[in-house]
Design a protein around this ligand. Structure first.
Ligand code: BGC
Length: 746
């Protein structure tokens, strides 16, 4: 029984790791100096961001420099735009050679150098898993797969390499990472998140930012990040992109805000706004979230940018503004500092008018512009008249490919293995299924193009699963499948071939997509994939099920009948090679699920569910739980110990546990430390991840791991919406071991 409830100001005093003193002394005076010289038009222009198409020649496809100089002048000289985004428009915003990017960005820098105050444009890009739009850049596993590595060091390295790619291209700013958590598997952007867990997502995102920004994102090889999409966009009730989330404020604070707080504390200077709505208020109109919480509580001091066209959508879609002009007023007054307009200058014209009439006060304009200028100064844009790195620094090389390969290897989850894997390299293999011979299915959206679906444009030296298997084995490999996802597969032929091979690799999943285009009505696999699987199972041959795709599509029947299941999600450009390495035992799998893999379409229960979700007839029974992932070796966890069994409220507990590789093969294991607050004044999750470590052990090797559970780990959002810790009993869980401690009021 709990008797005490004490408010603990856990985050008070925590502020972003940027050097406040440096900013005050060196940046702020420059901001004020510029601001004092700027006309209203120049200020409103700074708040305007346009798409590349606004400055593009009609057919940018073949142009060495696809910029129309008259349009560029209109944007930069006449409209003073503060920012440009996206890849050259034709065709399909295709990835460009890095030299072309350097030419494009140079022309833009040169244009702003001609303006009265020479305020540089900040060029933003979605480099969400490496250099999306830069030819021959590394493309890492997408965030959901990075999360499956449970290896923040890899996320850090991804950040480093991505920032280098951005900077070598002459670009300035990365619209990444997504810090919302992924708890709605239907949502077509689930894979852009680090999964369902607050702690894991925060750890991976923080590491990415630290790698990307370093201590000082004006450094030659560093670039600022943009946390998105603040906040709650990831949890649409009906699963469709850009539809309402119903998140109460307590849940918002407990599950959705911590990732953004972690990103702010890691120093991310920009935040992109939720494109949809929470509890009836569109993200772009939410003063409480954008101003009171983000700035007032979380200490964010950078600038916010709208998402694509979303200010105008307050009028066209949401009907909370009666006119486009009202929409601009509502968004700016709610706390949106920069508008991704993005296809024209309407925002500029309307805001100018609103400012002249006094409906948007000058103080608000100055505030927004000061924030934007501050970030531009911090980014070092004023000192940069050309790219800070040579072009080669942005291209894949041996070292970055090796890191990418390791990330892919550690991202793949071996979910089931009935002694079939690793497979002998002498075995004859039938490879079939729509995901077997495509690079796009492993890379997902924002790969070479926005939707990532133009297979011909993928680098042909990278290996699909089929090609990787063909390279690995000396056994016979036969492929039955199409050229593209969705091509008809000759099931009869697949069955005939299956009978003539030792084993079948059945590669199923999803074609690539992102955003609204990826909406689906059901998590079921399309029937033709199920049909193929059933026909193969009827042959009685052993089946290795391999899946690729951004969402956990329902595979229950197939997984139950397969001898082995490998969940690939979106492992990136090295995914095929990594998967084949795992199939044949050259790599010991170590990926763990960053989400609960549902057994049935509506069986969406997260691992950190409430007691009532596993009470009486209710059960947490996913096909595979959060944190699940097998290895070719066997790890044993023992000797879980706490340094104290009773602590005063506000103190920490030290946890130690032994982990042993009790099998025959060197392997990596993720040790997960869960906590349960046994009784709470607000219902507490049955368990919550509070710490983890990934280690590598040789056969027979044992290691003792130490963790600290802090007061913050024991806290939650109480009845009064404040973060509190309550006295009472707690349970610690690691592997099959449990330990208990009590928190008392001194
Ligand atoms: C997406 C953002 C992205 C932006 C710019 C929007 O449609 O929601 O995630 O950063 O476009 O490309």
């Amino acid at each position: 029984m709990k008797v005490f409830s004490i408010l603990v100001l856990l985050v008070a005093g925590l502020r972003p790791t940027v050097n406040a003193q440096y900013i005050n002394q060196h940046i702020e005076p420059k901001v004020q100096n510029l601001l004092s010289q700027m006309t209203l038009e120049e200020k409103v222009g700074q708040m305007t961001q346009v798409d590349f198409s606004v400055i593009s020649v009609q057919d940018g496809q073949n142009a060495e420099n696809p910029i129309d100089s008259a349009k560029l002048e209109s944007a930069i000289v006449q409209h003073h735009v503060g920012s440009i985004l996206n890849a050259p428009t034709t065709p399909n915003n295709r990835a460009q050679p890095i030299e072309k990017w350097r030419t494009i960005t140079q022309a833009i820098r040169d244009a702003s150098a001609q303006t009265r105050l020479k305020i540089p444009v900040i060029y933003g890009i979605d480099a969400i898993h490496g250099g999306t739009y830069i030819q021959n850049a590394v493309l890492f596993p997408q965030a959901i797969s990075m999360a499956a590595t449970f290896n923040p060091e890899l996320s850090f390295q991804e950040g480093e390499i991505t920032a280098r790619t951005v900077k070598a291209s002459g670009l300035d700013w990365n619209f990444s990472p997504v810090m919302d958590i992924g708890r709605q598997p239907l949502w077509p952007r689930l894979w852009e998140t680090y999964g369902e867990d607050v702690y894991l997502a925060s750890a991976m995102g923080k590491a990415f930012i630290r790698g990307h920004q370093g201590d000082d994102f004006s450094a030659a090889d560093k670039a600022p990040n943009c946390l998105k999409h603040y906040v709650g966009y990831s949890y649409p009730l009906n699963g469709k992109d850009r539809t309402p989330a119903w998140i109460g404020e307590r849940a918002l604070r407990e599950y959705f805000l911590p990732g953004f707080q972690a990103g702010v504390l890691a120093g991310a200077p920009t935040v992109m706004v939720n494109s949809a709505e929470v509890d009836g208020i569109p993200g772009h109109a939410n003063y409480h979230y954008l101003t009171e919480i983000l700035r007032g509580e979380m200490g964010f001091t950078g600038f916010t940018v709208s998402d694509w066209e979303d200010i105008n959508r307050l009028y066209t879609r949401d009907k909370i503004a009666a006119t486009p002009r009202d929409a601009v007023k509502i968004a700016v007054m709610a706390g949106v500092d920069m508008s991704m307009v993005p296809l024209d200058f309407t925002f500029y014209d309307l805001l100018l008018d609103l400012a002249k009439s006094g409906e948007v006060p000058m103080s608000r304009i100055d505030e927004a512009v000061a924030r934007i200028l501050k970030v531009k100064l911090q980014t070092g844009l004023f000192e940069r008249d050309q790219p800070t790195l040579p072009a080669e620094a942005g291209l894949a090389n041996e070292a970055s490919n090796a890191i990418n390969r390791q990330a892919a290897e550690e991202a793949i989850v071996l979910a089931k293995n009935q002694s079939l894997l690793p497979l002998s390299k002498q075995a004859s293999v039938l490879v079939t299924g729509p995901a077997a011979n495509l690079l796009s299915v492993m890379n997902g959206g924002w790969s070479i193009t926005w939707q990532g679906n133009i297979e011909e444009w993928y680098p042909q030296d990278k290996l699909t699963l089929l090609r990787a298997i063909q390279q690995k084995t000396s056994g016979k490999v036969t492929y039955v499948g199409g050229q593209r996802f969705g091509d008809e597969i000759n099931i009869e032929q697949a069955v005939t071939e299956a009978r003539q091979h030792d084993v079948v690799v059945l590669a199923l999943g999803e074609k690539t997509y992102t955003e609204t285009i990826g909406n689906i009505d059901s998590l079921e696999l399309d029937p033709v994939q199920l049909q193929l699987a059933r026909a193969i199972f009827a042959t009685g041959k052993p089946v290795i099920l391999v899946t690729f795709g951004g969402r956990p599509r329902i595979i229950t029947e197939i997984a139950e009948r397969a001898q082995a299941v490998l969940l690939g999600f979106l492992p990136g450009m090295e995914g095929g090679a990594a998967m084949a390495d795992i199939v044949f035992g050259d790599v010991n799998p170590s990926g763990k699920l960053p989400l609960s893999y549902p057994r049935a379409t509506n069986d969406i229960t997260p691992y950190d569910h409430k007691p009532m979700e596993a009470f009486e007839a209710n059960q947490y029974k996913p096909l595979y739980p959060f944190g699940h992932g097998l290895s070719y070796t066997r790890f044993e966890t023992s000797g879980l110990k706490l340094n104290k069994h009773t602590i005063n409220l506000g103190e920490s507990v030290h946890v130690s546990v032994n982990v042993k590789n009790a099998g025959q093969m060197t392997g990596k294991e993720v040790v997960l430390v869960y906590l349960n607050d046994k009784v709470g004044s607000v219902t507490r999750p049955v368990k919550q991840l509070k710490a983890f470590k990934k280690i590598e052990l040789e056969p027979g090797q044992q290691q003792t791991l130490n963790f600290t559970l802090t007061a913050e780990d024991m806290s939650f959002i109480g009845v009064d919406m404040q973060r509190i810790i309550e006295a009472g009993d707690f349970k610690v869980m690691v592997g099959d071991e449990t330990a208990h401690f009590s928190v008392i009021k001194p």
